[in-house]
Design a protein around this ligand. Sequence first.
Ligand code: SAM
Length: 271
Amino acid sequence: MVISDQDLQYFVTTLKNSSKYDFSEYSDKSLKRRLQKVLTDFNLDITGLIAAIKNKPEFTVNTTELFRDPQVWHTLRSRILPRFKNNKNINIWHAGCSTGQEVYSMMILLNEMEMLDKAKIFASDLNTDVLEAAKKGEYKYRFNIGYLDNFDKVIKQNPLNYEEFNDVPYEKYFDIDKPRDTITMKKQLTEKPIFRKHDLVKDGNLFFAKFDLILCRNVIIYFNYSLQNKVFELFHKNLYNKGILLLGMHETILGPWANKFEKMGQAYIKK
Ligand SMILES: C[S@@+](CC[C@H](N)C(=O)[O-])C[C@H]1O[C@@H](n2cnc3c(N)ncnc32)[C@H](O)[C@@H]1O
C-alpha cells in the first residue's frame, strides 16, 4: 500500500492530538518508510494503525545492539576516549539510548580502559518503556548471539594487531543464562547510569551538566532538517570546548552547525 501525503498528515495530526508524540518535524520520507513497514508487518491500513496507537501510544524505532557498528567502538577506543584519559572527570550523555545496549557497551569499554571510575553516565530517551528495559539491562540471549561477536571484536581483539588477544570473560560484565534465554548486565553496570525521560524535540538539557562526549546515534535520521539543526544547537551548547558529538553511521551535520564542529569520521569535535 502506498501512503499518500494526506494519509501521512492525518497520521501525524491524530497522533499529536491523541498522544504525547509529536512527529510533525520528522522527515516525511523516513516516517513514510517506517509507516509502510508497520502497516505491512501488522497487516493494517492507516485507520487501523491509528486505532491501535490510541490503545498503545508507543511508536518509536528502538533497534539497537551491544557494540553496534564495532568499527565505531574501535574509533572510540583508539581515537576518541584517549583524549579524555587525563581528565579528572568525564561526562557522557547517550541521547536516544533505547534499551541501553549502547550505554552498557560504553561502560564496558571505559572499564577496560580504566576510565570508568571517573565517568558520569547520563542516558535518555523519549520512550519510557525502553528506559525501563534499559535500567534492567536484561536482553534475550538466542535472539542476540551477535552481541558476543561484537564484544569479541571490540574488547577481545585488537583490529590493529590480530596477534594480540585480550581474554576478557563475558562474566566480567554480564551473565548468560541459556535456559532462561537471557543476557543480564552485572549490577555494578546497571546501577551506575542516570536514566531520564527526555524529548530531544521539546526538552533542553535536563541533566544540569556539561558533557565531554554526547552519543546520539541513529536518532536524528528520523528528524527533518530544521529539527536536526535544533538538536545540533542543543548539543553544541551543552558540550565542553573540544567536546565530541558522535552520530550514527548514516548521519551527518549539514547546514549552519557544520562549521562549528571539526569532523573526524562519525565524530564531531566542538570548535
Ligand atoms: C534506533 S534507536 C537508537 C538507539 C541507539 N542510540 C543505537 O544507535 O543503537 C532510536 C531511539 O531514539 C528515540 N527517539 C526518537 N525520537 C526521540 C526524541 N524526539 N527524543 C528522544 N529520543 C527519541 C527512540 O525512542 C529510540 O529509542
